[in-house]
Design a protein. Structure first.
Length: 331
């Protein structure tokens, strides 16, 4: 892992980002981590600082996948463990027989958003008013997941409620809260001192929608394991470096798992991580992106080159744009 991270933008990288990105909206932070020939981290910052908090959205799921892998490494759980074995699930719930592996690979059959009147109202308020659509206590998230009807179980069906439920179930197993569990098992060992679960008293600044409208910070409570973490570009660089050099807790989360259906023929699945290989991607990349009401994020690992690119932006709906820039920077 790099011993030190530069305290300002790398001029050459900043110039390249500006050239590739074209017009820049909002606060933007890029980092390129390269372990060869020696560990280095270069940054490009536009309208921001190294310590600025960004909502990383669904990259949080990758952290939750690392937590699950860490439990498996300790022998506390297995990927075949069923939810009903470790969490208080009502009798007759479809969720009881779902495995932790299914939750961590979006093959449980759970919907993206839970079907409920309150969830529908929050989705409307997000679309119209820009408010956070994900709210509920940890216990209520598990209960709500248990009330869902599973559809197309065994096939990939992206699920935020599934990601949230998995993280909260791991917290139940550890007899603690998800923010504390994440800090203890992942963040502190990696010295990610600025990274936390967003709360009412500690969150990122307001971001912008893709149309430039202000969006309130997301404080996800029980949904935090699916997308509620805030971080800095330096902390994300530390995470990437540890995944590349093999020192990260829960490292097996980035390994491809055989037999998991995905949405592309060249794509394989880790524990929430996506792994794209030949013929579309040479060399193979392991990645996850994220999006909230006012932020976009991306973390790309190129294990063969021992290189990574991280991109954070305070504007929603920019993940594909960030991916295009990141893949340019990865070469």
């Amino acid at each position: 892992m790099p011993d030190e991270i530069a305290t300002q933008s790398d001029p050459a990288l900043l110039a390249r980002v500006r050239d590739v990105a074209g017009g820049v909206n909002g606060r933007l932070a890029f980092a390129v981590v390269d372990l060869e020939p020696e560990p280095t981290t270069r940054r490009a910052l536009i309208g921001t600082s190294p310590d600025t908090l960004f909502e990383i959205g669904s990259i949080t799921k990758a952290l939750t996948g690392m937590l699950l892998a860490e439990f498996v490494e300790r022998g506390r759980l297995s990927l075949a463990t069923e939810v009903g074995e470790v969490a208080p699930i009502p009798s007759g719930s479809d969720l009881s027989s779902v495995t932790l592996l299914e939750l961590a690979t979006h093959t449980s059959g759970l919907p993206r958003m839970p079907a409920s009147g309150a969830s529908s109202l929050r989705s409307w308020s997000h679309a119209v008013l820009g408010r956070n659509p994900y709210r509920g206590s940890p216990a209520s998230v598990i209960e709500l997941a248990a009330r869902q009807t599973l559809h197309s179980r065994g096939q990939r069906r992206y699920s935020n409620i599934g990601g949230a439920a998995l993280g909260e179930i791991l917290a139940v197993v550890a007899d603690t809260a998800y923010p504390s569990l994440l800090a203890e098992r992942i963040l502190r060992p990696l010295q990610m001192g600025r990274t936390t679960v967003s709360t009412k008293g500690h969150h990122a600044l307001s971001g912008r929608s893709s149309r430039g409208l202000p969006r309130e910070p997301w404080v996800l409570q029980g949904y935090a394991p699916a997308g509620g973490v805030v971080s800095t570009i330096d902390d994300m660089a530390r995470l990437a470096a540890a995944l590349l050099d093999g020192t990260a807790p829960g490292l097996r989360s980035i390994e491809p798992i055989n037999g998991i259906p995905t949405d592309r023929p060249n794509r394989r699945s880790g524990l929430f991580w996506m792994i794209d290989g030949p013929p579309d991607r040479v060399p193979t990349i392991t990645w996850h992106n994220g999006g909230t009401g006012g932020y976009s994020s991306l973390l790309v690992l190129v294990p063969e080159a021992r290189k990574a690119v991280i991109a954070l932006q305070s504007v929603a709906g920019r993940s594909q744009h960030l991916q295009r820039i990141a893949l340019e920077l990865a070469h």
